[in-house]
Design a binder for this molecule. Structure first.
Ligand code: COA
Length: 345
């Protein structure tokens, strides 16, 4: 089985910033409420001409530039988005075209806020089996297009953005263990209907407000902390590691209190968690790759660090991956591992 190195990372946030004060002018809310309940201070919103593929393209370009890889050398592009430019073609195909990645296959994954982790885990497996050498994963969203800007319960939470990761086959690095879960029976916790849903006798589809984000916030909140913490425990078990081996927690950015609750439940110090929610809000499929790209650039991931990635979202879907960080593809000198002797791993 091949390992995986992180060859390049990129992220892109649209220029326009929407502050809590701006939202105060749109719905009955306050900066204080939003900060206290979510940790969010501002979010970015796409310009009218921007789309998921255009944001994703910018993030992908940054990743390729960092990697110094030519677009023709990419084998596969997996997009993760719930807000593609259209139902088809995929955002990944549009990004493939703009990049000039003429030798790459392309498709999108839609798993709401689990989209990136789902796409990323698939990418690592294409590489592990030797099927592909270089896979680009792009999480990208223009959630502002499906937010109900009259619903204060949801419109304060979401933002637009994109993040990209170029993975390359290497002797060292990659996933140690991962789990992906789904419980479609809880679909009403978080959903947005679309143009292809059921019709009534008159042939009408869902009314417009159901085609935007609908959410049971408190139910989702309760579910999220347990689901993410348990998924991390499961992924650690599959990796034969324990919580003490986690160097960095890289969670989906939905709510600061969910991130804090997850860290607390796991017994991971809060300062080990990567947090970007205050600046970007919840960017769904883009939140983890944006956070990963920024944290890597800030030097938060040492070679060989064990990163616990975790996410949850519409589906419901949730999961975690323990990722052994490597940009060089070469094993660093082994650092002490608290659980290794206990687990024999
Ligand atoms: N501004 C001011 N008040 C608001 C508000 C807002 N933007 N949104 C809701 N409220 C009010 C409610 O109407 C309610 O008022 P009431 O007590 O008079 O009925 C009160 O604040 C508490 O609402 P509640 O929904 O119980 O608040 P909460 O503490 O659960 O926080 C969320 C709401 C949405 C921030 C929180 O539930 C959450 O983050 N859930 C998870 C959402 C999520 O992660 N979604 C994406 C998943 S990928």
């Amino acid at each position: 089985m091949n390992g995986t190195r992180i060859a390049g990372l990129g992220h892109y946030l649209p220029e326009r910033v929407l502050s809590n004060a701006d939202i105060e002018r749109m719905v009955d809310t306050s900066d204080q409420w939003i900060r206290d309940r979510t940790g969010i201070e501002q979010r970015h919103v796409a310009a009218p001409h921007e789309t998921s593929s255009s944001l994703g393209y910018r993030a992908a370009l940054m990743a390729l530039e960092q990697a110094r890889v030519n677009p023709e050398d990419i084998d596969l592009i997996i997009g993760a988005t719930t807000t593609p430019d259209g139902l088809f073609p995929s955002a990944a195909s549009l990004i493939q075209d703009r990049l000039g990645a003429v030798n790459a296959g392309a498709y999108d994954v839609n798993a709401a806020c689990m989209g990136f982790l789902s796409a990323f885990s698939a990418a690592t497996q294409y590489i592990a089996t030797g099927a592909y050498q270089r896979v680009l994963v792009v999480g990208t969203e223009v959630l502002s297009r499906i937010v109900n800007w009259q619903d204060r319960g949801t419109c304060v939470l979401f933002g637009d953005g994109a993040g990209a990761v170029l993975l390359e086959a290497a002797p060292y690095g990659g996933p140690l263990g991962f789990v992906l879960h789904s419980d479609g029976s809880r679909k009403l916790y978080l959903y947005a209907e679309g143009p292809c849903g059921p019709r009534d006798a008159e042939g009408n589809g869902a009314p417009p407000h159901l085609c935007m984000i609908n959410m049971d916030g408190p139910a989702l909140f309760k579910f999220a902390v347990n689901a993410m913490a348990n998924a991390v425990r499961e992924a650690l078990g599959k990796s034969q590691l324990s919580v003490a081996d986690v160097d960095v927690l890289l969670p989906h950015q939905a709510n600061l209190r969910i991130i804090q609750g997850t860290a607390k439940s796991l017994g991971i110090p809060e300062d080990k968690a990567v947090v970007t929610i205050h600046r970007y809000g919840n960017t769904s499929s883009a939140s983890i790759p944006i956070a990963m790209s920024e944290a890597a650039r800030a030097g938060r991931f040492e070679e060989g660090a064990r990163i616990a990635i975790c996410s949850f979202g519409g589906g419901l879907a949730w999961g975690s991956m323990i990722y052994e960080w490597s940009t060089t593809g070469v094993a660093p000198e082994r650092r002490p591992v608290a659980a290794a002797s206990a687990s024999g791993g």
